[in-house]
Design a protein around this ligand. Structure first.
Ligand SMILES: NC(=O)c1ccc[n+]([C@@H]2O[C@H](COP(=O)([O-])OP(=O)(O)OC[C@H]3O[C@@H](n4cnc5c(N)ncnc54)[C@H](OP(=O)(O)O)[C@@H]3O)[C@@H](O)[C@H]2O)c1
Length: 254
């Protein structure tokens, strides 16, 4: 059944692919990100693909802007049944070369952005006893790696936030799904600085945003708690949880 979605980070990469995937299912989608021009162009693509779209330019770091956008989405599209916190960014470089401003931008966007979306949509969903929030984290929310320490910290925070929130949502009829992808080929990598990606990254197959988008839809509709992809990343994260010191010794040896 086509649902009403609200997506942050819809102007590019995974969020954009998610909007187009949902459009093919006839969903109505509120598109939120800062780049108004990209959202307007995507809204036309969504409509052409069979969906309904509403472009809502804004910054996830601004809690009031997120609340206003969610209210506008409900007024135009109807009750939101799904909300996806996809907006995020990174600076990939050695920690000592990063500025406080770069760290603040990652933490405010990646964790507070999701908190702001949850604050905006959950009261509405809980009142209706229906809905699901999806948070796009990363495998780096399960294992920190060199050159991505602050980014990993923001994604670990996101996993902790989601886990705690899931406990509070018990019995409300509202669910929460976390999606943890490995590296995805999107504009994120160039913006973040792909030259400093940990070299071990080459051992995992690169995901496409379309594949991650399909995984998000499947995980949400199957009410999954957490999904990590691809399977090699899932196995690696499990091994790291079981044998952290040995895993890290082998990981940095390569
Ligand atoms: N690519 C990867 O390798 C990878 C792997 C695992 C997890 N992830 C996570 O997946 C999510 C999406 O990443 P992606 O690869 O699709 O990156 P992307 O192509 O760079 O897209 C990021 C999206 O976030 C939006 N955004 C950034 N800051 C924002 C802000 N302050 N307010 C509103 N929107 C903002 C961007 O739009 P505007 O610039 O227009 O605002 C854009 O739509 C992120 O949370 C990322 O951490 C990515």
């Amino acid at each position: 059944m086509p649902m009403n979605w609200f997506i942050t980070g819809a102007s590019s990469g995974i969020g954009r692919a998610l909007a187009l995937e949902l459009a093919m299912q006839g969903c109505s989608i509120a598109l939120f990100a800062r780049s108004a021009d990209k959202l307007e162009a995507l809204a036309k693509e969504v409509e052409a693909a069979g969906g309904k779209a509403l472009a809502l330019p804004g910054d996830v770091r601004d809690a009031e802007a997120v609340v206003a956008a969610v209210q506008k989405a409900e007024a135009v599209l109807g009750p939101l049944e799904r909300a996806a916190a996809v907006a995020g960014l990174a600076t990939i470089s050695p920690f000592l070369e990063q500025t406080a401003e770069q760290a603040r931008e990652m933490i405010e966007t990646n964790i507070l952005g999701a908190v702001h979306l949850a604050h905006a949509v959950l009261p509405l969903m809980v009142a209706r006893r229906r809905g699901r929030l999806c948070v796009v984290a990363s495998i780096l929310g399960r294992m920190g790696v060199a050159n991505m320490s602050v980014y990993a910290g923001s994604k670990f925070a996101l996993l902790g936030f989601a886990q705690g929130l899931r406990g509070e949502l018990r019995g409300t009829g509202v669910g929460l799904t976390v999606v943890c992808p490995a590296t995805v080929e999107t504009p994120f990598l160039d913006k973040a600085g792909r030259t400093h990606l940990p070299r071990q990254d080459r051992f995992l197959p690169r995901l496409t945003p379309e594949r991650v988008a399909r995984a998000i839809v499947k995980a949400v509709e199957n009410r999954k708690r957490m999904v990590t992809l691809p399977w090699m990343a899932r196995l690696s994260m499990r091994l790291h949880e079981l044998f952290p010191a040995t895993f890290e010794r082998v990981f940095y040896w390569f």
